[in-house]
Structure formats: structure tokens, C-alpha cells
Ligand binder design. Structure first.
Ligand SMILES: Nc1nc2c(c(=O)[nH]1)N[C@H]1C(S)=C(S)[C@@H](COP(=O)(O)OP(=O)(O)OC[C@H]3O[C@@H](n4cnc5c(N)ncnc54)[C@H](O)[C@@H]3O)O[C@H]1N2
Ligand code: MOO
Length: 411
């Protein structure tokens, strides 16, 4: 069975099969990197009261009309309000209150004069300039009025989101459960890190690489080890993994070789194959199945093909499982800078690219080493340039770049 799909079809088919994992409540301090599962609305205005934006003097603006350094005005200082306290006096005409940044505006006052424009001696302050009403006052609710939406569900929680939640007094936060992602590495030649290699063997790099990519998205990798190319070995592990995980990823054995058994293993494990092969290079041989309702991606064994399969196919699916509001990639445009040219092919090509800013322009720098088995050229890249099927790549052209980290750019 060969079911060649365009990338867009693969997204649609796979995304239609999944929905977000359940939710749980976690302490605010443990919410970083998690995905918010509730809309957060301001319970009270932010800031909660009119407050001073400067260290200086709370005054009545009308007292200061016509004031200059040459024609200063003197006001009587009736009180001091540090932040965290409330003035006990109202400010009457001819009076001022010494005030610190963040302190509530005393009643009667309607402007703040910065300390640098005032000279205080023995309870009298000489003001050296005129200020308009409202000067240096942060109004109650100017950041957000009561009832305003502060955060939308489906957003990954970072430092700014934590600040807003803390401001709201959220000791705990409702977040989506971290998807558990099973990883099963296949290939008789592929050995775990600790093994001494025999001739013909290599170390497993896909397992640790995919686990890192999963962790990078805030999901939880679960390692099911390395298996040879034997169905009797693969099938029971697949069954265990689908029972325990929200998504299972395998690598290797999805091409046409005599030992490429992964698709057969999916079926023997009770699964239904939804597609095999996507019109992308590297990473054409990739299979998607459902085993007992758990989505399973059989990624290429070639390291860069597995990386690119993950970046383009698994990431959107995992974002949906993790509860993200926006799951599809949104490519950016950059000017291509490439060292090599390569032939026109009948499928979309994805090139590893460093994104750099040159004279204010975003440039996608594509180096040599774009083959599926080349690992070194993956290090230090930020995106994948898409060269559409049957088109050539030429330096200087504007191309689409798929970012490895979605969320770095807003929607
Ligand atoms: N006759 C054909 N042969 C191949 C085709 C084809 O269409 N016709 N497609 C080629 C393409 S394109 C790719 S990509 C690979 C994909 O092969 P598999 O996904 O079945 O992967 P394997 O054969 O198991 O391994 C490929 C390669 O990667 C190395 N590998 C595997 N696992 C790991 C790992 N965990 N860590 C590091 N390296 C790994 C493995 O040793 C092989 O060298 O098929 C082509 N063949
Ligand atoms: O899919 Mo293979 O990675 O095209 O070379």
C-alpha cells in the first residue's frame, strides 16, 4: 500500500484524529511551559488604584498654572506617602504630599511633579514647573479593567503569563495535561549509548534527539528502548506504548527494505494505517496509524529525515494534543542564501537553514549537507526552507521558512 500525500493533506488527516489531552491544576510555580486550559479574566482593575508613576509631589494642577523655574510656587508639604501606605490627608489648594512611585494618589491631588523639578526645605516645597492634570498618574484599570480577558486558553505559559497570573492571585493554574509521548527506536544496527559497537553497528541518535524535541515542547517522553527488525519484538512493545501514551513515535523501518517492518507491525498491533509516504524530502517514508485510538507516527530512520518529519508532522499534532490554540505552522518569508544548487524534483524539499538578520533583512542561510543521513548540518539551525515541488532554488529569492520553534512569532 502506498498512499502518497501532500504535506497539507497529512496535517489534515492526522490532526482530525486527535483532540487535547485532559486538564489538571498545578501550582503557579510549576506552570512554566505548560499550556493554559482556562481563560483568565481580571477579577479587579489592574492597577487596583490610581497611583503615582514617579517619586515626587502630589499636587493640584490648578495651583501650578504659570509656574516656571523663574516664577516658582511654594506649597506646604502636609504628609509623606511611601508605596504600600495610604495618605491620611486630602491635598488642599496650596498643599502637596511627598509621594513615592507606586503609592496611591491622595484625594484632592490630580497631578504629580517629579522630585527633580522640586526643592523641599523645612516642610515647604518649591515647584519649578507647571504640569497638566493627570501628569504621572497611572489610572486604576489602565492596564486592564475588571472583567477584561488577560490570557486566552491554549497559550503556553512563560514569564509574562506567570506575572499576570501572580497579579491575579492565582496560586494554582488549570493547564492541559502534558502529553506522554512513547518513543520506540528500531533497527538491528542501532545500539544504545552504553553498548560497545561491533562492526556494522551505530549508536542510537534518534531516540535521544526525539526525546529532546518532545521535552522542548513541554511534553513528556517515555522511552521504550531499541528493538531489532523482528515483528515479535516490536508488536508487544507497540501495544504497551499505545496503552500508556497519548502519542507514539517510532523511527526506522518505514521504507521498502526487506527488514522495513514498521507498517506491518502497526497492523499486527491492531492498528489501522492512515497514510504512508508524504511528498516531502527528506522524510518521504513516514507512516501514520491509529492503534487503539492512539495516534502513532512511524518516522524515518535517517536522522535528518526523522528530525524533519518530527518538525513538520509531529509538532502540529503534539501541539493539538497539548491544547495549544494555534497548532499549524505559520511560515515566515526570508531571502534565500544557498551555497549549492540542486535539481528540480516532484516533491517539496525542506532545507536546513540558519536564520540571520542581514542589513535588516531576514536571510535563510542554507549550507551543504542536505542529505537525509547527514546529522551535522542540523546543529544550529532555526528553520526549514520549503522549496516547492518542480521549482528551483536560487539565492536572493524570497522563500517560506518553517520555524523549528513556533510561538517565537505572534499570530
Ligand atoms: N529502495 C529504496 N530504498 C530506500 C528508499 C526507497 O524509496 N527505495 N527510501 C530511502 C529514504 S528516502 C529513506 S529516508 C530511508 C528511510 O529508511 P527507514 O525509515 O526505513 O530507516 P532505516 O532503513 O531503518 O534506517 C535508515 C538509516 O538511518 C539509520 N538509523 C536508523 N535508526 C537510527 C537511529 N536510531 N539513530 C541513528 N541512525 C539511525 C540507519 O542505520 C540507516 O542508515 O530509506 C531509503 N531507502
Ligand atoms: O526521505 Mo529520505 O529522507 O528523502 O532521503
Amino acid at each position: 500500500m502506498e498512499m502518497l500525500l501532500r504535506l497539507e493533506q497529512a496535517w489534515q488527516l492526522s490532526l482530525d484524529r486527535v483532540s487535547a489531552c485532559g486538564v489538571e491544576r498545578v501550582p503557579l510555580g510549576a506552570s512554566q511551559g505548560r499550556v493554559l486550559a482556562e481563560h483568565v479574566v481580571a477579577k479587579s482593575p489592574l492597577p487596583p488604584f490610581d497611583r503615582s508613576a514617579l517619586d515626587g509631589y502630589a499636587v493640584r494642577a490648578a495651583d501650578l498654572v504659570g509656574t516656571t523655574a523663574e516664577r516658582p510656587i511654594e506649597l506646604q508639604v502636609v504628609e509623606e506617602v511611601p508605596a504600600g501606605t495610604v495618605a491620611t490627608h486630602a491635598v488642599a489648594s496650596g498643599q502637596a504630599v511627598r509621594i513615592m512611585t507606586g503609592a496611591p494618589i491622595p484625594s484632592g491631588a490630580d497631578a504629580i511633579v517629579r522630585k527633580e523639578a522640586a526643592e523641599e526645605v523645612d516642610g515647604t516645597v518649591r515647584i519649578l514647573l507647571e504640569v497638566p492634570r493627570g501628569e504621572a498618574i497611572s489610572r486604576q484599570g489602565e492596564d486592564a479593567p475588571a472583567g477584561a480577558e488577560l490570557l486566552r486558553a491554549g497559550r503556553q505559559i512563560g514569564a509574562a503569563e506567570i506575572a499576570l497570573l501572580a497579579t491575579e492571585g492565582a496560586e494554582t493554574v488549570l493547564v492541559y495535561r502534558r502529553p506522554r509521548v512513547g518513543i520506540l527506536v528500531s533497527g538491528r544496527e542501532v545500539r544504545p549509548l552504553a553498548d560497545r559497537l561491533l562492526p556494522g553497528q551505530i549508536r542510537d541518535s534518534n531516540g535521544p534527539m526525539i526525546a529532546a524535541m518532545v521535552r522542548d515542547m513541554g511534553a513528556e517522553p517515555m522511552l521504550y528502548g531499541q528493538v531489532g527488525d523482528e515483528l515479535a519484538e516490536i508488536v508487544p512493545l507497540l501495544n504497551k506504548a499505545v496503552a500508556e501514551c497519548d502519542l507514539v513515535l517510532t523511527t526506522g523501518g518505514v521504507s521498502v527494505g526487506d527488514h522495513d517492518l514498521m507498517r506491518e507491525a502497526f497492523v499486527q498491533a491492531g492498528g489501522r494505517l492512515l497514510f504512508w509516504k508524504v511528498l516531502m524530502r527528506p522524510g518521504t517514508p513516514v507512516a501514520f496509524a491509529e492503534i487503539e485510538q492512539t495516534p502513532v507516527y512511524g518516522l524515518s530512520g535517517n536522522p535528518a529525515a526523522a528530525f524533519i518529519n518530527y518538525a513538520l508532522l509531529v509538532q502540529p499534532l503534539l501541539r493539538k494534543l497539548a491544547g495549544w490554540e494555534h497548532v499549524l505552522h505559520r511560515p515566515v518569508k526570508a531571502y534565500l542564501e544557498c551555497e549549492t544548487t540542486s535539481g528540480v524534483i516532484g516533491m517539496d524539499r525542506f532545507l536546513r537553514a540558519q536564520l540571520v538578520s542581514q542589513e535588516g533583512r531576514l536571510v535563510a542561510r542554507v549550507g551543504k549537507g542536505q542529505k537525509a543521513a547527514i546529522l551535522t548540518s542540523l546543529a544550529g539551525i532555526q528553520g526549514l526552507v520549503r522549496i516547492p515541488a518542480r521549482s528551483e532554488m536560487r539565492s536572493g529569492e524570497l522563500v517560506e521558512v518553517y520555524l523549528l520553534r513556533e510561538g517565537a512569532i505572534g499570530r
